[in-house]
Design a protein around this ligand. Structure first.
Ligand code: SF4
Length: 267
């Protein structure tokens, strides 16, 4: 039987409608990283790479008490700083980025966080996502941060086909007024956390179910089972006289080892 074709979606009209419904579901726009000013939000967002906002919020009170401004952070003792932020993961590179960011603020921006995206992305550890978070949340300027939730949901909802976060951002920017960019991103993140989970989307409870092309579509979660072909089999005995070139054993790289080695990308 031929598969049922889903109706063609106009991504712009779909984005506008999704934004409208999100605004009803989440009237309050909330940035879940605790902060009191641009410097704190910038620091917290750098720490949030590969880490939950809840974990970052546990660390930042001590961080901001010890280093309340760019001057104190720029001259921090690295080991002490690493100790404070250790539980957020990748603490060595995050400490380097935090101190580098603070030094640049002091040297180039008189200790102030710039609001221009072109300036923000020149700071260590700051990419378009972080820059747009700061712009939209603190400065109330247009900025659409595309994190994993925003990218994933935009594709699920048929707003874009792009995988590249910058392409997703620019496409969505075309569909919404600048004043909506930040709130749309924050609401989509909340929707991703509370309703449209990556592995178990709650389509039955979702306000988008009637317009979402992915509603009820089973999610293909990455399998943890080893494929049958790669299962370990007892080594065959090599005939005594046959000369076989030795193949070096493959190094098993555990998730833990990868996590330890990899440094967080600019967000
Ligand atoms: S209908 Fe399902 S897949 Fe679509 S946005 Fe809602 S929860 Fe996600």
């Amino acid at each position: 039987m031929a598969a049922k074709k889903s109706p063609k979606i106009d991504p712009k009209a779909q984005t506008v409608e999704v934004a409208r419904r999100l605004a009803i579901s989440f009237p309050e726009v909330i940035c879940e990283l605790d902060h009191r000013n641009a410097f704190e939000l910038l620091s917290a967002t750098i720490l949030s790479a590969q880490c939950t906002d809840a974990r970052v919020n546990m660390v930042t009170p001590a961080l901001f008490a010890r280093y309340p401004d760019p001057w104190s952070l720029a001259s921090a003792d690295v080991s002490e700083l690493e100790g404070i932020i250790r539980s957020t993961g990748f603490y060595a590179s995050k400490a380097k980025n935090l101190m580098g960011m603070a030094s640049e603020l002091v040297e180039r921006f008189d200790g102030e966080v710039p609001s221009d995206l072109d300036d923000l992305v020149t700071l260590p550890g700051v990419g378009r996502k972080t820059g747009n978070v700061v712009r939209s949340v603190v400065f109330d300027l247009p900025g659409l941060p595309v994190d994993t939730h925003v990218g994933r949901l935009s594709r699920r909802l048929g707003l874009t086909k792009h995988e590249d976060p910058v392409k997703v951002e620019l496409q969505l920017n075309d569909y919404l007024p600048g004043s909506e960019w930040g709130p749309f991103s924050l609401r989509l993140i909340l929707h991703g956390r509370r309703v449209c989970d990556a592995r178990k989307p709650k389509c039955d409870e979702c306000s988008m179910a009637d317009i979402c092309p992915s509603a009820g579509v089973p999610v293909t979660a990455p399998t943890t089972k080893r494929p049958a072909s790669s299962k370990k089999t007892p080594a065959k005995k090599t005939p005594a006289k046959k000369v076989v070139a030795k193949t070096p054993a493959k190094k098993v790289v555990t998730k833990k080892a990868v996590a330890k080695k990899a440094a967080p990308k600019k967000k």
